[in-house]
Design a protein around this ligand. Structure first.
Ligand code: UDP
Length: 327
């Protein structure tokens, strides 16, 4: 279990997901150090622990930081997360995700840090034949973002074989929503994710929503995703850390609700809550698989993880309430 005496270092702790994890860690009383270059993170997201502004590409400073803080565990959450951006600019993604992860893993080895939590992604699966993937499914990414994360998973597995490092790789499905306190949420005005954009259209910060592709091999022709509330995801991290700090073995775990919604279904749910808004059909977006749904049996049985914020309406409502609070 995480104790008050534990020291936890989290990269990307000022970002959307990282900040929710820090907030969840607050309840444990552990010492938390956020390491963030604030490129996509925000100081307003920091409500607990200390923060060092540092770029993970700076290996010397990174190693010194790890040496000085002496963490019991590292949560490596920092990274670039936009699939279409990774298609346009893969090199930046290999630097920000793969190379910087290598630096973080190396700094752990240099400083004898044996517990590692990694934010991976469902994008490592590519186009799973049935659309629903268990962790044992082959990794066949179809975009650079997925490749950068799959490569980091490989580095972790190889490192764990060759050292005493143990890790949990959490494969996030589609993360959305905001903290119930509305202190935290997706702040990026130019975010590209569906539910954030819907929240912006509903609060009239954007004129309309484009549906990227209406001719996919799905029942209504639009892509299907498994949307998970960010607070349930943060709770999965706390449980995964408990697992590692209690001596648990290395694990790879899907984080989703095992239920898929099409883009049209997400729109319909939002319109039922807030009334109609402008929607236009657009071309497919490069790198998008038709369907991605988690088989989440493993995380439920291993970590005893039970979602508390399950429900698409709830996720959309929390994203919209947060968006309003940004007005
Ligand atoms: N999407 C869309 N319009 C938007 C943003 C997203 O139709 O403005 C679709 C996107 O093509 C995908 C789904 O919504 O099928 C989820 O995309 P998102 O960017 O939220 O997450 P991803 O699955 O790419 O990580």
């Amino acid at each position: 279990m995480i104790q008050k005496t534990h020291r936890l270092l989290i990269t990307g702790g000022a970002g959307y997901i990282g900040s929710h994890i820090v907030m969840a860690l607050k309840d444990t009383g552990a010492s938390v150090l956020v390491v963030d270059n604030l490129s996509t993170g925000f100081r307003e997201n920091l409500h607990y622990g200390d923060c060092v502004v540092l770029d993970l590409a700076d290996r010397d400073r990174l190693n010194r930081c790890f040496h000085d803080f002496k963490p019991d565990a590292v949560l490596h959450i920092a990274g670039s997360i936009v699939v279409p951006e990774s298609v346009r600019d893969p090199i930046t993604y290999y630097y920000n995700n793969t190379m910087n992860s290598l630096n973080v893993i190396d700094a752990c080895l240099n400083n004898r840090i044996g517990h590692f939590l990694f934010s991976s992604t469902a994008a490592v699966y590519g186009i799973p034949p049935e659309g629903i993937c268990a962790e044992s499914a082959p990794l066949c990414p179809i975009n650079p973002y997925g490749h950068t994360k799959a490569m980091t998973e490989r580095m972790l597995a190889d490192t764990a074989e060759a050292s005493s490092l143990r890790y949990v790789a959490l494969r996030y499905f589609n993360v959305a929503g905001a903290h119930p306190s509305l202190q935290l949420g997706q702040r990026m005005p130019d975010a590209t994710h569906l539910i954030k954009i819907i929240a912006q259209v509903i609060t009239q910060k954007r004129a309309s929503l484009s549906v990227f592709g209406t001719d996919y091999p799905t029942p209504d022709g639009t892509c299907i995703r498994d949307y998970i509330h960010v607070c349930d995801l943060a709770d999965a991290h706390v449980r995964a850390l408990d697992w590692l700090l209690s001596g648990g073995k290395s694990l790879t775990l899907n984080c989703g609700y095992s239920r898929g919604f099409s883009v049209n279904e997400v729109i319909k749910t939002a319109e039922d809550l807030y009334g109609p808004f402008p929607v236009t059909a657009a071309d497919r977006r490069p790198g998008d698989p038709p369907q991605l749904i988690a088989n989440a049996d493993r995380i439920r049985s291993t970590l005893n993880w039970t979602p508390r914020y399950d429900g698409l309406s709830r996720i959309i409502q929390s994203a919209v309430e947060f968006e309003k609070s940004l007005l």
